[in-house]
Design a protein around this ligand. Structure first.
Ligand SMILES: [Zn+2]
Ligand SMILES: [Zn+2]
Length: 343
């Protein structure tokens, strides 16, 4: 980071990005994101007036620390908070996987505030563009996942209209793609109608319930899900949590060979979920899927814009497992990805 001037909005967004990327608590981040949203529509004169009068904190969503950031940026200084975070957090997240990371063209798994993500659709798209992605698949949750405000068919239909509108504003060079993280129901069917699934570009299917199911039943459930005509990616296959503020839990037990063979047979990619609290699949299963010839998708599963950068972790693991970039579907250009996902 140089000492170049940065606009107040850019400073607030960058601070939020760095905090999210470092997995800081969302309440710390929210202050900066809401302050950015408050000043974005202000004219230069309005903003200058508030800085000059010291009345920034009278505006909704602006507190002492975001007010200081705005004031310092407005004066042409690098805000102290930003400088400190750049120093502390801006380095690469993982030591390995750099080459693979630069080969990735997009991300197939992300959430907005339409389900359990923390930011609006357009903010996820802007950040994906800033990270150099050619595409981002928005995959909010399906109806059954009520705790995550899963989208009904009706809300998903409305979201598709919003995605079209966002793409119109973004212009060429980047595509926000339509997707879903659809729950795998107990019998292996998917938690959204075929009619809606057909309107999407990419579908990630994941188990979010009854993770401790008997292994034989879980195998049948997952094999059935992988065989559904619309399934493209098998999300975080074991569901394990290895660290983080949600606590830890063991992964589901199932016949991984049978499930990954089904993935090969149905041309479904196995997700390498980059979230440090998931690190899913575990290394032994990752190597089994590699040996069986599976395709992979390295996904961020981002629930906030800064978390889109977590792909570093998945790339490090994929590289360590010796998985060729060609077998990773998000190294493919968008057109090839879409042809694969909608064959
Ligand atoms: Zn999930
Ligand atoms: Zn997810």
């Amino acid at each position: 980071m140089t000492g170049d001037p940065i606009s107040p909005v850019a400073a607030l967004r960058r601070i939020a990005f760095l905090l999210e990327r470092a997995r800081e608590d969302t309440y710390k981040v929210k202050a900066f994101r809401s302050a950015a949203a408050t000043i974005l529509p202000l004219t230069e004169d309005e903003l200058s007036g508030h800085v000059a009068d010291g009345t920034l904190t009278d505006l909704p969503g602006i507190g002492a620390s975001s007010g200081t950031v705005i004031t310092q940026a407005w004066r042409g200084e690098v805000p102290e908070r930003l400088a400190a975070l750049e120093k502390q957090y801006a380095g690469p997240l993982a030591a390995g996987g750099r080459e693979l990371r630069s080969a990735l063209r997009g991300d197939l798994h992300s959430h907005s505030d339409w389900s359990d993500g923390g930011s609006p659709i357009e903010e996820m798209a802007f950040t994906a563009i800033e990270l150099g992605h050619d595409y981002l698949v928005l995959t909010d949750h399906s109806p059954r996942l009520k705790v995550a405000r899963g989208l009904s068919a009706e809300r998903l239909g409305r979201q598709l209209g919003v995605i079209d509108a966002v793409n119109t504003h973004l212009g060429d060079g980047f595509r926000l793609l339509k997707g879903i993280e659809v729950d795998i129901l107990d019998d292996g069917s998917l938690d959204q109608s075929d009619e809606m699934l057909a309107r999407l570009d990419v579908r990630v299917a994941s188990v979010h319930s009854k993770l401790a199911m008997d292994p034989a039943a879980m195998t049948r459930r997952m094999v059935a899900a992988v065989g559904q005509p619309f399934t493209n990616v098998l999300g975080h296959c074991t569901g394990r949590l290895v660290t983080g503020n949600r606590g830890t839990r063991p992964g589901s037990q199932f016949d991984a060979r049978a499930v990954f063979e089904a993935c090969v047979a149905h041309d479904v990619a196995v997700e390498i979920n980059s979230r440090p609290e998931r690190r899913d699949p575990p290394t032994k299963l990752l190597e089994l899927a590699r040996d069986l010839g599976c395709l992979f998708s390295i996904d961020s599963d981002a629930h906030a814009p800064g978390q889109l950068d977590m792909l570093d972790y998945g790339c490090e693991r994929a590289e360590a497992a010796g998985i060729e970039p060609e077998r990773i579907v998000n190294t493919w250009p968008a057109d090839r990805l879409l042809a694969w996902a909608n064959r």
